[in-house]
Design a protein around this ligand. Structure first.
Ligand code: DC
Length: 233
């Protein structure tokens, strides 16, 4: 088992998850999706009516529950490189992908006490080696990560990828609407007060606007061989 920590940050819809899972699977190390933990806290808040119908968050209540240790999150790696996430005893891997969670996760992820809580969990799970993806892994969660990758791609191309994914899921979004959403998320992620999305000084940029996943793996394979004597392919 390799004890390397690889931090993958970047804009939404750049394929961070797909790339990270493939790296974890090929290196045989743990994949940790930090966004899934923010989503799990959001699910807990929804289930306990700590998010009101109009989106208002009952912050004091949520903070108290966190302090009292009521939000128990655990993860379990799957053989395909992905991970399952549990809230208490319940496998919530599918529920955290539902629209209601997606709609409420951004404001929950801006709360400093939530960020501190998620960071603690990520350290607990990943300190012995992992590939972790998110927005602030290389800058805040693991500033001493062995390798930091910052992923980016043209907004129009990311929107086009999202449209394709949504069409495959039976939805019919307009390109303009999806592009607007991509740009809004970029703005929120980059302008948050605590640990906004930004490139770590020692991160390597991967612009995959015109790259397939396989091409990205070839690119990383060369870096892993040179720096760590590890091979992906
Ligand atoms: O990557 P995702 O869509 O699952 O992320 C869910 C939300 O969590 C999104 O609003 C960005 C936020 N997030 C964050 O603030 N910091 C991270 N390290 C990962 C995700």
């Amino acid at each position: 088992m390799t004890h390397i920590i690889i931090a993958i940050d970047g804009y939404s819809s750049t394929g961070k998850g797909t790339f990270a899972v493939e790296i974890a699977r090929r290196l045989g190390i743990l994949y940790l999706d930090s966004g899934a933990l923010y989503r799990t806290v959001t699910l807990y808040a929804l289930q306990h009516e700590e998010i009101e119908w109009n989106g208002t968050i009952r912050e004091r209540q949520l903070q108290e529950d966190i302090l009292l240790g009521k939000i128990e999150i655990s993860v379990l790696p799957k053989s395909d490189g992905t991970m399952r996430v549990f809230l208490g005893d319940e496998d919530v891997s599918a529920k955290i992908r539902e629209l209601e969670v997606a709609r409420n996760v951004s404001p929950i992820a801006t709360l400093p006490f939530v960020r501190n809580f998620v960071d603690e969990q990520l350290h607990r799970f990943g300190a012995k080696g992992c590939v972790m993806d998110g927005r602030d892994i290389g800058t805040a969660v693991f500033p001493n990560a062995d390798l930091k990758i910052f992923m980016t791609a043209d907004a129009e191309i990311r929107a086009q990828r999202r449209v394709l994914q949504m069409e495959q899921a039976g939805q019919h979004p307009s390109f303009e609407e999806v592009l607007k959403n991509v740009q809004e998320r970029d703005y929120i992620d980059s302008h948050r007060a605590m640990n906004p999305l930004r490139q770590a000084e020692d991160a390597i940029v991967l612009d995959n606007s015109h790259m397939t996943v396989e091409e990205q793996l070839v690119w990383l394979d060369a870096i892993l061989r040179e720096r760590f004597n590890l091979q992906l392919l």
